[in-house]
Design a protein. Structure first.
Length: 148
């Protein structure tokens, strides 16, 4: 069974200026011919041209769909490269995982006494202690600067 590798490149959008080629169609055809001949010299066989949708950003949150013309080429893989390929998807089988030993946890260690306090709040302050400590922010009406 022959295996192939593929190469997809964007089709040229305009023809290059060449000596002796005057019309747009001839320039485009000559550019495409040069591209295909250069890839053919590397062993790539032209397969087809595809027009594929591509979502692009438009503004901050919008998107727009544009269509890209792509040229698809293929070439056969060498026998050494075929041997290095991973197995085909249909031949892959799920392997059962080995059974791991069940871990047993010991009893939880609980320290005696109250839990340590976290943060600046203290549990022994009551509402009466808060009233004695005064407001959290200074009152601008009672400050020395406002009195002057």
């Amino acid at each position: 069974m022959q295996r192939y590798e593929y190469k997809v490149i964007p089709a040229p959008k305009r023809g290059e200026k060449l000596r002796g080629v005057k019309t747009t169609e001839d320039r485009f055809a000559q550019t495409l011919t040069q591209l295909m001949n250069s890839l053919g010299a590397e062993g790539w066989e032209y397969l087809r041209a595809d027009t594929l949708p591509c979502d692009e950003r438009a503004g901050l949150t919008g998107t727009k769909t544009t269509y890209q013309n792509m040229l698809v080429f293929r070439r056969t893989l060498a026998e050494t490269a075929v041997a290095e390929l991973p197995p085909a998807f249909s031949t892959l089988r799920a392997t059962p995982e080995p059974e791991l030993p069940t871990l047993k946890l010991g009893a939880a260690h609980v320290a005696a006494g109250p839990a340590p306090a976290l943060g600046p709040a203290k549990s022994d302050l009551g509402k009466s202690d808060l009233a004695k400590s005064g407001p959290a922010r200074p009152d601008p009406a009672k400050s020395d600067i406002a009195a002057e």
